[in-house]
Design a protein around this ligand. Structure first.
Ligand code: CUA
Length: 322
């Protein structure tokens, strides 16, 4: 369990608190728009006042319409348009080449794969800090939107239309992400975290994650039997075991995740028990069905899931204070 990460992600992440070049760019653009918008608003308000006072006087209407209605808007909108397109292209990154990570939005969670390493996880996007990482985002069902406010802009996940986004974090930390497009009953509970590591730690994480989990100890072995015999294995994969279900999140590293149910619950023993017993109570509309287990079976199953933590070296996210 990555105890060190537990406190993170509780605050509300803000685009005005950027932690990477993409988000910096968006923040700058936001300020440009705010200042320009304020100037235009003030000018128009002033003109309204002036026009009341000058009702009876003759003014050069033609020239005024030309300057105020054509020239100035063209300049303002031109500057905003060019800057917006430039920023968008910078944040979205190159369209060519293989992506480093593929994220698929599903109702209501995130499938995260590392094609080169053949690694799949869920609801956590691990990246190296200080370098740009290209993500391809897809959808398995309806339109979702992938958003890490402190690192990059929103990118729609559209069925049949892969999109790109570059994530780059200036420094290691844990950054809250969320679905930013209404996608159904549990849209609000479709969250994730982006975990930026020191590059060497990232490589270690990826390598550890690539290994199947070691054979479980006694209680965990009972739990594994429950997992394989009950409905779990039909929907979930645990690499290195017969469980190869593809419907729900890959659970090979679930013991190492901070949260379960896509950001809904902290990954604690009690929450795992409660979630497995009655997922519909926690998250109405989730595809996860309730399970009917004895107390002993549930306890063993939870012990087994908690043991699935290939990267047992707690990630050092102390740098993060957000
Ligand atoms: Cu997925 Cu909203």
């Amino acid at each position: 369990m990555m105890a060190g990460l537990g406190a993170c992600g509780d605050g509300s992440p803000s685009t005005l608190d950027p932690e990477g070049p993409g988000a910096n760019r968006i923040e700058s653009l936001w300020w440009v728009l705010l200042v320009l918008g304020t100037v235009v608003f003030a000018a128009v308000a002033a003109l309204i006042v002036i026009s009341w006072r000058m009702q009876r006087r003759e003014i050069a209407v033609n020239r005024f319409v030309l300057v105020g209605g054509v020239l100035l808007p063209a300049i303002v909108l031109g500057v905003v348009g060019v800057e917006t397109v430039r920023s968008t292209n910078a944040v979205l990154g190159p369209a060519e080449g293989e992506p480093d990570i593929v994220v698929v939005g599903e109702q209501y969670w995130w499938r995260v794969t590392y094609p080169d390493a053949g690694v799949e996880t869920a609801n956590e996007v691990h990246i190296p800090a200080g370098r740009p990482v290209t993500l391809e985002v897809r959808s398995a069902d309806v339109i979702h939107s992938f958003w890490v406010p402190q690192l990059a802009g929103k990118v729609d996940m559209i069925p049949g239309q892969p999109n790109r986004v570059v994530l780059e974090a200036d420094r290691p930390g844990v950054y809250r992400g969320t679905c930013a497009e209404f996608c159904g009953a549990q849209h609000a509970n479709m969250r994730f975290v982006a975990v930026a590591h020191e590059p060497s730690e990232y490589e270690a994480w990826l390598e550890a994650r690539g290994e199947p989990p070691p054979p479980p100890a006694a209680l965990e072995r009972q739990g594994e039997a429950v997992f394989q015999e009950q409905a779990c294995a039909g929907c979930h994969t645990v690499e290195g075991t017969p469980a190869q279900g593809e419907v729900g999140p890959n659970l090979t590293d679930v013991g190492g995740r901070q949260e379960i149910a896509a950001g809904l619950l902290e990954n604690t023993h009690e929450n795992l028990r409660s979630w497995i017993s009655s997922p519909q109570q926690h998250k109405p509309g989730t595809l996860m069905p309730p399970t009917d287990l004895s107390e002993a079976e549930l306890e063993a199953l939870v012990a087994y899931l908690e043991s699935l933590d290939p990267d047992d070296t707690d990630i050092d996210a102390d740098a993060d204070s957000s």
